[in-house]
Design a protein around this ligand. Structure first.
Ligand SMILES: Cc1ncc(COP(=O)(O)O)c(C=O)c1O
Length: 388
């Protein structure tokens, strides 16, 4: 049996999510239908909305179910940008950071290439934390021309946590809407939409034990981003299409369980992660833990092994039955330097020599021990496999 230490890529279905899904799949009924079948599935969907709202500190009306993080990021960014532009065509500036997930970076670049957006990237400190002085400078410089700010809550590669309430406080001076990709945060660190000051926040189900292909965009009641999908007017007319109650109830079950277990799991995983890092340093004294002393999520360890290459490390570890990743799942099977690490100022060589270990509900001390044995075996081979 292989050891799965890649929970940030996808975390596997929780039993609670599987059971909720299977039960819902037995039903027939479009939640928009007025007959009894429709009312039954509607009740399930609305109960799921309540659970998600409770899990992330939002009002139930702010939960817009969708197909996951990529859709939520696209919707928030394009939808807020379009809405802002419609109200005031001079609001064309988008502020984001170079270490966002591609689900944020790519729609932002698309708006720049096709819709006249002007993008400014906030600087990062070497440990991956946001340079707040630079953010403040950008906000002051562009003030009323800023259409939106999009900054992630937890970085999916380094695990570094951004102080989102501090971002929204700075943005509020100029009434700038702020979106946050909270995909790597939800269910892993405490988050509260109401207290965050955010306009919108993206969540994804499969990172907390729900099936792939479900998530939610949390949209403040005061906001109405333009829709990407027009049709029957479901989900506050923000996301038309027959509402997918089986996936919604499954997502809600997983989200409720992961938030219930949040505090105990944070402690458990932090102990495992800290143990792992102490031992890794003994095996490879030159290792660099990319988040340094930054505040970060407990389930994540992101490390650089100078003189190696990520793809060699991943391949050799996989041969030993250990599944980890280099960062975000590689695109088209090709691993380039991590854009997150280059965004933090690392050279392309070091940014191509990293692995990410992410823990989850199934992770045990025995998994960590197996990882350490495998690392000790493959590290010298990975070093040799890398051309000088
Ligand atoms: C930070 C972050 N944002 C967005 C996504 C995309 O989410 P989804 O796979 O639900 O589309 C991911 C998935 O890897 C992610 O880690």
């Amino acid at each position: 049996m292989s050891v799965f230490l890649d929970h940030a890529s996808t975390s596997g279905l929780r039993d609670s999510a599987r059971l909720a899904l299977l039960a819902a799949l037995e039903l027939v009924g479009n939640p928009s239908s007025v007959h009894s079948h429709g009312r039954t599935t509607r009740e399930l969907l609305e109960a799921a909305r309540d659970q998600i709202a409770e899990a992330c500190g939002a009002n139930r009306s702010e939960i817009i179910f969708n197909a996951g993080g990529t859709e939520g990021d696209n919707h928030a960014i394009k939808g807020i940008y379009w809405k802002q532009n419609q109200q005031d065509p001079t609001r064309r500036v988008i502020i984001t950071s170079p270490t966002e997930h591609h689900a944020v970076l790519d729609p932002v670049s698309w708006l720049a290439a096709n819709q006249g957006a002007e993008v400014h990237y906030v600087k990062l400190l070497r440990n991956g934390m946001l340079d707040f002085a630079d953010l403040e400078r950008l906000i002051d410089q562009h003030s009323s021309q800023i259409a939106l700010i999009s900054l992630m809550w937890v970085n999916n590669e380094t695990g570094v946590i951004t102080d989102i309430p501090r971002v929204t406080e700075l943005a509020s001076k100029h009434s700038i809407p702020v979106h946050s990709d909270a995909v790597a945060a939800f269910g892993h660190v405490p988050i509260n939409f109401a207290e965050s000051g955010l306009t919108a926040m993206s969540l994804s189900g499969h990172k907390v034990g729900a099936p792939i292909g479900v998530g939610a965009l949390v949209v403040a009641r005061s906001a109405k981003p333009a829709s990407l999908v027009h049709g029957g007017g479901q989900e506050r007319s923000l996301r038309s299409g027959t509402m997918n109650y089986p996936l919604a109830v499954s997502f809600a079950a997983a989200a409720a369980e992961s938030t219930e277990q949040l505090v105990s799991e944070m402690q458990r995983l932090r102990a495992l992660r800290d143990y792992l890092e102490v031992k890794v340093e003994k095996i490879v004294p030159s290792v660099i833990f990319t988040s340094g002393q930054a505040i970060r999520a407990d389930y994540n360890s992101h490390m650089i092994f100078p003189g190696t290459q990520s793809d060699a490390l991943l391949f050799l570890l996989d041969q030993e039955g250990i599944c980890v990743s280099a960062g975000s799942a590689c695109q088209a099977g090709v691993l380039g330097p991590s854009h997150v690490l280059t965004g933090m100022g690392y050279s392309p060589e070091l940014a191509s020599a990293c692995i990410r270990v992410t823990l989850g509900v199934t992770s045990t001390k025995a998994d960590i021990e197996k990882f350490l044995v495998a690392l000790a075996k493959i590290y010298p081979i990975a070093l040799q496999a890398t051309p000088a």
